[in-house]
Design a protein around this ligand. Structure first.
Ligand code: FES
Length: 108
């Protein structure tokens, strides 16, 4: 039996480059992410609305909720679940911040 290599964190963006109250699209290592800074917390979700594929990084941010600009579905960026009664959920991704850099951490 071979050991699987641990998934290494992937640098995404400098924390200073993340605006408060707006998303930022980050494409790297096969990921297409919408990254958000809300206060001291950072969140990442897929940058593709599960309803129709619109970018969520350009969505309207209110606290930890992002509203898709295409049709208005709202998603909680902490767990990806919709705020509206629907069965669509956007995938969330684990992050951590080290030395001012936001890292995608598959183990987080
Ligand atoms: S594409 Fe996002 S709500 Fe329709």
């Amino acid at each position: 039996m071979t050991d699987m290599p641990a998934a290494a964190p992937i640098p995404l963006i400098s924390l200073d480059a993340l605006p408060e109250g707006r998303g930022r699209r980050v494409c790297t290592a096969g990921y297409d992410l919408a990254v958000f800074k809300v206060g001291a917390a950072v969140y990442a979700i897929d940058d593709s609305c599960p309803h129709g594929g619109a970018s969520l990084s350009g969505g309207i941010v209110q606290g930890r909720t992002v509203a898709c600009r295409a049709h208005g579905l709202k998603f909680d960026m902490t767990h990806g679940c919709p705020r509206d009664p629907a069965k669509l959920q956007v995938r969330t991704h684990g992050l951590r911040v080290t030395d001012g850099m936001v890292l995608l951490d598959p183990l987080a």
